[in-house]
Design a binder for this molecule. Structure first.
Ligand code: HSE
Length: 403
């Protein structure tokens, strides 16, 4: 590819960042030829030649001069249509649409193979941190045991403001929206679904296995209270929203998204504000840590630029791990140790703990710490969405194969 001529779908926070970054990147030999938006009249922070704008997707898809589609549309259904149509026409695509990719990845992989073209999406997971391509290429061996970390900038920003600056939760959420970190529906951030989508994509590139969203336990931070924060503080811990995919035996792995107690000795303890932090653990090398801005216009655009450059060299994901014979099986038959704030004794009795190790009750605050299988948490997840309930995981080593 000599000159990269980009058709850009989406011109919101990330799209405008891409416009600025591509103009700066002279080595990319890339230019944005057309920008497809939903509303031509909408005022935008970045000044752009109006002749570049269109509201007709076909004026990109039908243009034979455009040789790369970049898609950052804030609407999973529209994004699915644009991406699949481009691939069907053999046009390579760079996308940041994690919700769409996480829901449709098996089909998107098939389409890429069928039409001999590429879909790159490092920007979909952890903003500026190069997670996907590293997992796909460098960690292409049997040693990988775990990928775990803070994958959502907005919820981490909120927790940082609340823990470190004593700000009210709602004020921190509003600020995360103003700064352009949060999704247009911020419940995706704070209920853990944004982290979940990224975790699904990461798992495909980490272990070669696709698990659909509804099979994965996902719990966010929306019901966190002052009592939970005080409990963590008194024990010199922070609470972070953590997503993890982890091998629990030689041939099985589990994955979930849940708030977690984090002690100062952990790398992710000092991952604050909109930063993300990803810990990769493996046999022989113990732990590695990747840290960087996980949300925001320019950090995400930098990752898109990296994928644009990768296309210069014809790079595509090969999904090699999906063809390996010894892929691990997904299990939720895993014992967890959790903290649960609960409203009353009837509620507590309905929770199938296998063992309770600590129990506190008072006039305005009750909690237990106990063991419960992940599979049982999935069964009772509707009950856990009560505002008077909050759960957080105590991290544990599931598997140590270092001897
Ligand atoms: N809303 C997302 C976040 C944006 O806060 O991490 C980046 O994916």
């Amino acid at each position: 590819m000599n000159e990269i001529r980009i058709g850009l779908f989406g011109f919101g926070v990330v799209g405008q960042g891409i416009y600025r970054v591509i103009r700066r990147a002279t080595n990319a030999h890339a230019s944005i030829e057309r920008i497809c938006v939903r509303n031509l009249a909408k005022p935008r922070a970045v000044e752009v030649d109006p002749s570049l704008l269109t509201d007709n997707p076909d004026s990109i898809l039908d243009d034979p001069d455009i040789n790369l589609v970049v898609e950052v549309v804030d609407d999973p259904e529209a994004s699915y249509r644009f991406v699949t149509e481009a691939i069907r026409r053999g046009i390579p695509v760079v996308s940041g649409s994690k919700a769409m990719i996480a829901r449709h990845l098996p089909e998107l992989i098939e389409l890429q193979r069928k039409h001999s073209t590429a879909l790159l999406y490092d920007a979909s997971s952890c903003g500026s941190i190069p997670v996907i391509r590293n997992l796909e290429e460098y960690y292409d061996n049997d040693l990988l045991l775990e990928v775990k970390g803070i994958l959502n900038g907005s919820s981490n920003y909120i927790l940082s403001r609340v823990f470190d600056h004593g700000e009210p939760y709602d004020q921190a959420l509003t600020r995360a929206q103003q700064l352009g970190f949060a999704e247009s529906d911020p419940s995706f951030d704070i209920e853990g679904f944004d982290s979940l989508f990224k975790l699904i994509i990461i798992t495909v590139h980490a272990l070669g296995v696709y698990i659909s969203p509804e099979r994965i336990f996902t719990y966010g931070i929306s019901s966190i209270s002052d009592s939970d924060i005080r409990y963590a503080r008194e024990k010199s811990m922070k609470i972070k929203l953590v997503a993890q995919v982890v091998k629990v035996s030689a041939d099985r792995f589990t994955m979930f998204v849940m708030p977690e107690f984090v002690t100062p000795s952990r790398y992710i303890y000092s991952v604050d504000d909109e930063y993300n932090g990803v810990v990769i653990r493996g046999e022989c090398y113990d732990r590695q840590f990747m840290f960087g801005k996980g949300a925001g216009s320019l950090p995400t655009a930098s990752s898109i630029l990296s994928d644009v450059m990768a296309r210069r060299h014809g790079y595509r994901y090969e999904y090699k791990k999906m063809d390996y014979v010894d892929r691990p099986d997904y299990t939720t038959d895993v014992p967890l140790k959790i903290y649960m704030r609960y409203p009353d004794s009837d509620f507590l009795q309905s929770i199938p703990f296998t063992r309770i190790t600590e129990h506190y009750t008072s006039a305005d605050y009750n909690y237990v710490i106990g063991e419960i299988p992940l599979s049982r948490l999935i069964e009772i997840r509707d009950r856990l969405s009560d505002k008077n309930v909050f759960i957080a995981n105590f991290p544990q080593f599931f598997l140590d194969l270092d001897d």
